[in-house]
Design a protein around this ligand. Structure first.
Ligand SMILES: Cc1cc2nc3c(=O)[nH]c(=O)nc-3n(C[C@H](O)[C@H](O)[C@H](O)COP(=O)(O)OP(=O)(O)OC[C@H]3O[C@@H](n4cnc5c(N)ncnc54)[C@H](O)[C@@H]3O)c2cc1C
Length: 460
């Protein structure tokens, strides 16, 4: 039998965090493999969140999370500009609905300043309604957070993974790790599909599965509790009502329900926060729907008159401590990246940087001189020019003028490009994350058959 392929570093988990770490290691002369248990990268928590690029204004000062969210905000903002990940700098407004919340606002501004964020301003009720005229009655005042932004989480994950692959990282999809065996200087990783990989160092960035992998190493130091967040997506007609992110004043029981524009031109309401046991429970529930409707009625009754076009849920990898859990075991050549709960989209690139800081004590992480440029990602953002709007692009390539998905105005050219990309989709959901096809108000009712045929047979 042939010996298994062997790498300097194996990164387990193809979410935003694992992809960011693999990208960074791909910039060195180490051989790296990025291993994902599902059939695609970005198919776990990183595909189903509220997609806000956080300033970190409300993080707990002094925690690793607060440091890495603030740093990640800048790193991802710059990376988005370089790669074409769409970002809208909408800003956010925290709204106080009772005296207790109003009294909490100055403290939140002070907390933001402790986190190094000095842009927040207290505003009165008049200013709150001037900024968001459709808010429900009863707002008493607010706190502005001008830096909060909306971003495309799908493109973020794909850009980081594509960059990693372009830099020479091997990507294995459909490889769910089931066993580890430490043999001298190598760790042998075994997968549910029967494959094996050897690695000198292992980074566990498995999100909801990080504690399970940690236990394979014999550790018993944390438990992941899947904390479900359900969201409702409203039709694009509602978008003008929500010019910025409307945040609740956080309380002891959590961050609460927000209303936000989405990067695809919709509005979303959510998320809920419900601790579950089942790590696969990404379905939505009647209770979640009713809860969000009741919250929405108070926040913005006019929004509830608009149509809900979709609902979805994501699972935060909550753990029993109030911070990220990132730990390097030099002797076992194993690094854990656990507890990346509700801020990992923003912090992912800074987490990768932090991981590199730890690893550089034991590995040569000098940058390779021959790095390829970062990938240029297709634009999925509604606020920026898309191929169907680009006369020059259509003239050069008529496939950009042939619309397949009419709700989201996705063209044959974009589907063709996604199928030919370095990490092509393997199913319609993956194609949706790369193009927006079937993501609109009809949810694929009209274009589903054609999209499936293009996925199956390719675009001639
Ligand atoms: C409702 C909700 C709202 C959120 N809102 C925001 C927000 O607005 N802004 C923000 O910054 N963050 C937000 N987050 C948090 C953010 O989405 C996560 O922190 C981030 O996606 C975590 O990325 P990850 O790579 O750690 O995890 P994942 O994306 O879950 O990636 C881990 C990967 O590991 C794989 N894996 C697991 N076990 C194995 C195994 N045994 N073998 C191989 N692979 C394995 C999984 O399949 C998965 O793909 C939100 C989260 C939720 C749920």
């Amino acid at each position: 039998m042939n010996p298994p392929p062997t790498y300097d570093v194996a990164v387990i988990g193809g979410g935003i965090v694992g992809a960011a770490i693999a990208r960074l290691l791909g910039g060195t002369s180490l051989s790296t493999v990025l291993i994902e248990g599902r059939d695609d990268v970005g198919d776990g928590t990183s595909k189903a969140n509220t997609a806000i690029l956080h300033t970190g204004f409300d993080a707990t000062p002094g925690t690793l999370e607060s440091e890495l969210v603030a740093r990640g905000y800048r790193l991802l903002g710059d990376y988005a500009a370089a790669t074409g990940i769409p970002v809208e700098r909408t800003g956010a407004l925290l709204v106080a609905w009772d005296d207790e919340q109003l009294a909490a606002l100055p403290g939140l501004r002070a907390k933001a300043e402790k986190n190094g964020y000095r842009e927040c301003e207290l505003v009165g009720a008049d200013e709150v309604y001037r900024r968001v005229p459709d808010l429900g009655e009863g707002a008493l005042g607010g706190l502005t957070v001008p830096g909060e932004s909306i971003i495309c989480t799908w493109t973020t994950n794909l850009a980081l993974a594509t960059d990693a692959v372009t830099r020479g990282v091997t990507l294995l999809r459909g490889h769910r790790l089931s066993a580890v065996r430490e043999t001298g200087s190598l760790t042998l990783l075994s997968f549910e599909n029967g494959a094996e990989v050897g690695a000198r160092w292992v980074v566990n960035a498995a999100g909801l599965g990080a504690d399970t992998i940690d236990k394979l190493y014999g550790y018993d130091r944390f438990t992941v509790t899947p904390r479900r967040g359900e969201l409702l997506v409203f039709d694009k007609l509602a978008r003008p009502m929500v010019p910025l992110i409307v945040l609740p004043v956080p309380s002891k029981v959590g961050k609460g329900v927000l209303v936000s524009p989405t990067i695809y031109g919709n509005v979303m309401l959510g998320p809920t926060a419900e601790d579950l046991r089942d790590r696969t429970a990404t379905g939505t529930s009647a209770e979640g729907f009713a809860f969000l409707r009741s919250k929405g009625e108070a926040l913005m009754p006019a929004l509830l008159q608009e149509e809900v076009t979709a609902s979805y849920a994501g699972l935060r990898a909550a753990i029993d401590r109030n911070d990220y859990l990132i730990d390097l075991d030099v002797h076992r050549r194993y690094l854990l990246v656990g507890g990346i709960r509700s801020t990992g989209l923003t912090a992912g690139m800074a987490i990768a940087e932090h991981v590199a800081e730890l690893l550089k004590e034991v590995l040569d992480l000098s940058a390779r001189p021959d790095l390829p440029p970062p990938p240029r990602m297709p634009n999925l953002g509604e606020a920026f020019t898309r191929p169907y709007q680009d006369a020059a692009a259509i003239e050069a390539d008529p496939a950009y003028g042939q619309i397949v998905c009419f709700c989201e105005r996705v063209t044959r050219g974009e589907i063709r490009d996604a199928l030919a990309s370095p990490i092509p989709p393997v199913d319609v959901d993956g194609l949706r994350r790369r193009t927006r096809a079937m993501n609109g108000r009809c949810q694929g009712f009209y274009c589903g058959a054609e999209v499936c045929a293009l996925l199956e047979n390719g675009v001639a």
